[in-house]
Write a protein that binds this ligand. Structure first.
Ligand SMILES: [Zn+2]
Length: 144
């Protein structure tokens, strides 16, 4: 079931903006978006833009036939804000993703899903270190 809060989160993603929540009562970050803080129960959650930087907590390679798109990885990423999310590390061989690796988030438009925004992660090196905000801005420009 999609609540208003989750719809807001997806709508922001569709515009290239990755948002998480911050609890003003206990100062912890919250993700996936919800009505009330899972740490302290307060309903006082504000939308914030995360740094986008995180660390790979675990990684699984999902095998897929080449004509179905090839192998991909499903990774659990710990954001520096202290929340964990399931995502994919892209632009790297699925087998090359390592636990403890530093990664940076960006929003990818999922063509197979009616242009819905999807959070993916990139290896933190060279050009991939661009801040999430500038990447989101670029995505927006291309979509316009
Ligand atoms: Zn709280």
């Amino acid at each position: 079931m999609s609540t208003g809060i989750q719809s807001h989160h997806q709508a922001a993603l569709d515009q290239g903006n990755f948002l998480i929540q911050h609890c003003s009562a206990c100062s912890k970050h919250v993700y996936f978006p919800r009505e009330s803080c899972p740490h302290c129960g307060a309903a006082d959650l504000a939308w914030v833009t995360p740094s986008g930087h995180g660390t790979v907590y675990s990684v699984t390679t999902v095998r897929r036939k080449p004509d179905a798109g090839g192998d991909y990885n499903v990774s659990l990423i710990d954001l520096d804000e202290g929340v964990r999310l399931m995502s994919r590390v892209v632009d790297v061989s699925p087998d090359a993703v390592r636990i403890g690796q530093r990664v940076t988030a960006s929003v990818q438009m999922n063509e197979g899903n009616e242009g819905k925004g999807l959070i993916v992660f990139h290896q933190q090196s060279g050009k991939a270190t661009a801040a999430i905000n500038s990447e989101a801005a670029e995505t927006k420009k291309e979509a316009a």
